[in-house]
Design a protein around this ligand. Sequence first.
Ligand code: PMV
Length: 347
Amino acid sequence: ENLTKGKVSWESPSNIALVKYWGKYGEQLPKNPSVSFTLNNCKTTTTLEYHPIPPTEDFSFEVFLAGEKAPSFEPKIKKFLERIEVYLPFLKDYHFSIKTSNSFPHSSGIASSASGMSALACCLMSLEQQFNPEISSAYFKKKASFLARLGSGSAARSIEGGLVVWGEHPKIEDSSNLYGTSYPFEINEVFKTYQDTILLVDKGEKTVSSTVGHNLMHDHPYAEARFQQAFQNLKKLQPVFESGDLNTFINIVESEALTLHAMMMSSNPYFILMKPNTLEIINKIWNYRQDTNSKLCFTLDAGANVHLLYPEVEKTEVLDFIKNQLVAHCQNAQYICDNVGTGAKQL
Ligand code: PMV
């Protein structure tokens, strides 16, 4: 073989789930299908520099975050490389410098695992492509998503843009537990430019990691009912995505967010990731909807931050509402404006 040195760069976005993934089995496979909006502004940029080395026992790599050596990330990356080695058998033939930076503030409480793992997966696929130049772009994206999933489940949904489904659903063709795919049915124009303004409520380290949270679904008394509900909600969203029926959209999306946190509160051990300001914000959103004909709604990830979802036409009003009423509940008055994006890109 004639291995050469080189480098490749990708940027990959975060995503926000509408139907949540919470509970897994086997090799990071989801117990229920999920669907998300791919984001646009919250993203990770990763440059992978590689040069061939004599075969080694262990992986040879170093990680830099925003220009600084970041050894604290090494165990997570090492575990990722171990998991994906059977799918990319050349990994031990190289030394890697992984140089990564996030567009969002470090330790903002915004998970960088989806954008970070998907960006790295794309870089590694570009290297694989040098051995197999004939692979199609469809295969490239599927395998990138497959690999990203092994880094962080939700990262499987960050390769494609728009609405992305991850997890097998009987009514969704080509859906798979192994990788994310573009939502295959008709999508109303309103969702193509949907806004997500992320209110930073708490920047602290999460008290319970999502790995622990997923595992607590194993002996959870409501697990089966929850997984069934996610299947149902995804099915119910199909006519909603097509028609743009925002009242039903709001009902499903907010219920998904609160159910996710209800699963945490009813696990054993139980835990709460919402903060008082999370609830203040939720109440103000509900009041705002009652006082106006706004279609603003919220969703939550595994943390205290609140994602505000709304149609682009409402942008001015919602940003005024945020400044006047919600910013007071954010840490250091911080929020990030984002919207639906197009997925991972090679630079
Ligand atoms: O990708 P993970 O293992 O960090 O799981 C994240 C799960 C949620 O963000 C809470 C929901 C989701 O579907 O993104």
